[in-house]
Write a new protein. Sequence first.
Length: 225
Amino acid sequence: MRTRVLTIIGVLAGLILVRNLYVMLINLPDEQFQGAVFRIIFFHVPAVFTAFTCYFSALVASILYLFKKNLRYDSFAVAATEVGLAFGAINLITGMIWGKIIWGIAWTWDWRLTSTLICWLLYAGYLVLRRAIEEPTERARLASVVSILNFAVVPFVFFSIKWFRTQHPQPVLWGGGSMDPSYRWMLYGNWVPLLMIAVILVAVRMRQEEQQRELEGFRRMAHAF
C-alpha cells in the first residue's frame, strides 16, 4: 500500500513537472531585464522553500523524539534533513548560475548567500555527528538537540535580505516589489512537484534508516554472543 501511494505521488509529480517545464519554457515570455535566465527562479526559490519545509519537519520530529523517545521520529528527522540538504544544494547551485550571468560573479559574501551556506553546513554537520555516535538512543538524543539548535539559523536566512541591504535583491513576493501573475503562479506551482518529490525521498530514506537500525541491532546481538 505504501509503495503504491508513493508511486502515485511520483507519477503525479512527474506529470506536473513536465507540464510546468512546457509552460515556463514555451508559454511564459522572457523577463524584461534578465531575459531567459530569469526562468531559473522557478527552481531556485521553490528549492529553498522545500529545504526549509524539510528542516522544519526535522525540527518537529526532533522535539517529538525528545518527548516520546520513539526512534521512528529520529528516523524521520534524519531523512528530512538529508532531503532538505539536497534541495538546499539545488538552491545554492542555481543561485550561483543565476548570479554568474546577472552579476558577473558566481559567489559573493553577501548576507543571504553566506547565511544560506552556513545553514547548509550546520545541517551537514548534523549528519557528521550522527556517524560519530554508534549507540542509537544516544545518537538520536544528541542529534535531536543539534537539529533544534540548527533551526534557529533558518529564520535568519529567511529575513537576512530584509535586514541587510547587500548584493542579493529584495524578495519580490514580500519585499515591496511586484511580479507578473503568470510568473507568480508558476513559482508556487512548481513548488508542488518539488514538495511531492521531497515526500517520496523522505519516505524512502526513512525506511532505509529503520532497516539500517534493525541491522545494527542484529549486529550488536551477534557480537554479544
